[in-house]
Design a binder for this molecule. Structure first.
Ligand code: BGC
Length: 560
């Protein structure tokens, strides 16, 4: 293991154990970040080679999407071995080196844990197939007999999240359950061996110096599968109040209480953040200190660029955070949704029956190859910059998705034969899937794969990527990259406390709030310039117009 001289941006890692409360966490999707061996797939040494970039950006931590051995049937969320590195991406020694380099630069590391399901390549699943019905090996998963006279019908009519049936038949006639892709069999969390093995995994990575964990579909692990099993219609009709057979069951917190004891046995305690798609009233259960400690708030992923929605989302989530004693998490983009620069450049979202906006508009746009409805790319970027400064001004932690600091758009130009996401295949192309936000990053204007690596890129990069390259934005003070760097640098002054006070701006299209040190954050969601409060303008997402805040822009002000 080599050591590196910390950069000028290095921060002290011995900070208080609650470093995560207001941290900026940068999500790295390893396959698409940087490729050092030229095979078109990003790798661990690629990430290491870009640690100085991450340090200069000023992030407090990175979250690594799965890098474990995987057939990549679901972008790595199909894990064949939780305690190793995919040979296509590197080795455990490479991971040790990455962790060391990040720590030397004052950046913490969060890794993704995928406990609901393994890959069908996992040794346990292979053993289950070989061992046959009634075996202990099958008890680690959810195997059932089929229905119909010869058992050739699935045990229930449940649908998988990615489309198609949630059951698959194996050679001897039994069926196994998979919430997601057929290559992702669900584990049986009633089995103590399964529980014990994940504790081992958490210790394995904690011992290697990992600082925290992102828990994939944290609300799905425990299930009540007593007979008779309910139908899909019954499952959809049952309330998700802690007693639902499949989702957000109260007993999942028994698992997390055990994990919490593991996390707290380290100094500093390891952190965890739940990816839990649950009713807002139940989010605090995951965010409690006795459970995972923090939970994602995905409300902004589903919101339009709209002042009333933004204000409500902030108020609701700060209240939920206060209820759990945790801090909230702001997310504008991740590896599962259409990038926000693109969402904001499309017509406003349609609403579902429950009045909540849907992400369908993004998919419709993808379905049409990015033609209709027309994308207003410039407007999308302008709003994306404004939204970024808005969330970075809020109390709580901010999760950035790789490429958003470049103002990057979703890629629609991926042909059917180049698509990789199982949602595309299992929905028979009705859902275009998530490949468009997972295209390898453009590091330079020219060169093979825009500096991603010496070879190609595993998903096609469009020509327009050149205009977003890091190299091009690097020295340009007006670039989105420079805006993020400046915001992250200034933001430390806001991390001294978690208070927010609303300011009545006297008009509905402006949202303003006060933060510590006399700072005011003002976002103009309208199209006309609005006057700013007296004070020094520290940062603004677009140039001021005659001293006023331009339309669809945010400014950070230090009050006079
Ligand atoms: C991850 C997805 C993944 C799914 C199944 C999610 O919530 O973010 O990328 O496909 O879990 O593991």
């Amino acid at each position: 293991m080599t050591t590196v001289a910390p950069s000028v941006h290095a921060r002290d890692l011995s900070d208080a154990p609650d470093w995560w409360r207001q941290a900026v966490v940068y999500q790295v999707y390893p396959r698409s970040f940087a490729d050092t061996d030229g095979d078109g797939l990003g790798d661990i040494t690629g990430i290491t080679s870009r640690v100085p970039y991450l340090a200069e950006l000023g992030v407090d931590a990175i979250w690594l999407s799965p890098f474990y051995p995987s057939a990549l049937a679901d972008g790595g969320y199909d894990v064949a071995d939780y305690r190793d590195v995919d040979p296509k991406l590197g080795t455990l020694a490479d991971m040790d080196e990455l962790i060391a380099q990040l720590h030397a630069h004052g950046i913490r590391v969060i890794v993704d844990i995928v406990p609901n399901h393994t890959s069908n390549d996992h040794a346990w699943f292979q053993e289950a197939l070989a061992a046959g019905r009634g075996s202990a090996a099958r008890e680690r998963y959810i195997f059932r007999e089929g229905t119909g006279p010869d058992g050739s019908e699935p045990p229930t009519d449940w649908q998988s999240t990615f489309g198609g049936p949630a059951w698959e038949r194996v050679a001897d006639g039994q069926w196994y359950m998979h919430h997601f892709d057929v290559s992702q069999p669900d584990l049986n969390w009633a089995n103590p061996e399964v529980r014990g093995d994940f504790v081992k995994t958490l210790r394995f990575w904690s011992d290697r110096g990992v600082d925290g964990f992102r828990i994939d579909v944290a609300h799905m692990l425990t299930k009540d599968l007593s007979e008779p099993l309910p139908s899909q219609a019954e499952i959809e009709a049952l309330p998700q109040d802690g007693s639902h057979p499949l989702f957000d069951r109260d007993d999942v917190h028994e698992v997390y209480a055990e994990w919490r004891a593991v996390f707290n046995s380290y100094d500093p305690p390891r952190t965890a953040v739940a990816e839990a798609w649950v009713h807002p009233s139940r989010v605090p259960l995951y965010a409690r200190a006795e459970s995972l400690g923090q939970a994602f708030n995905f409300d902004l992923l589903e919101a339009d660029f709209d002042p009333a929605q933004f204000r409500r989302i902030v108020a609701d989530n700060l209240a939920l955070a206060a209820e759990s004693g945790s801090s909230t998490t702001w997310v504008l983009s991740n590896h599962d949704v259409v990038r926000h620069a693109t969402r904001y450049g499309l017509p406003d979202a349609e609403r579902g029956a429950d009045g909540r906006p849907t992400l369908k508009h993004g998919n419709e746009w993808l379905l049409s190859g990015g033609q209709t409805p027309t994308l207003d790319a410039e407007r999308g970027e302008r709003r994306a910059r404004a939204a970024a400064l808005f969330v970075l001004g809020l109390p709580g932690s901010a999760y950035l998705y790789q490429g958003e600091e470049l103002g990057l758009h979703e890629v629609a130009e991926i042909s059917d034969d180049q698509r990789q996401d199982p949602t595309f295949f299992r929905s028979r192309g009705i859902d275009q899937g998530r490949d468009g936000c997972r295209v390898p990053l453009p590091w330079s204007e020219n060169g093979p794969s825009f500096g991603f690596g010496e070879g190609g890129a595993h998903l096609p990069q469009p020509e327009w990527f050149a205009a977003y390259a890091v190299g091009l934005q690097d020295g340009d003070p007006a670039s989105t990259l420079s805006l993020y760097r400046r915001a992250l640098d200034l933001r430390h002054a806001l991390q001294t406390d978690e208070r927010l006070e609303w300011i009545d701006a006297g008009r509905d299209d402006v949202v303003a709030f006060a933060r510590p040190n006399g700072w005011t954050i003002v976002t103009n969601f309208g199209s006309e310039p609005v006057p700013l409060p007296a004070g020094e303008v520290l940062l603004s997402s677009s140039p001021l117009e005659g001293g006023a805040l331009a339309g669809e822009s945010t400014a950070w002000i230090r009050r006079a």
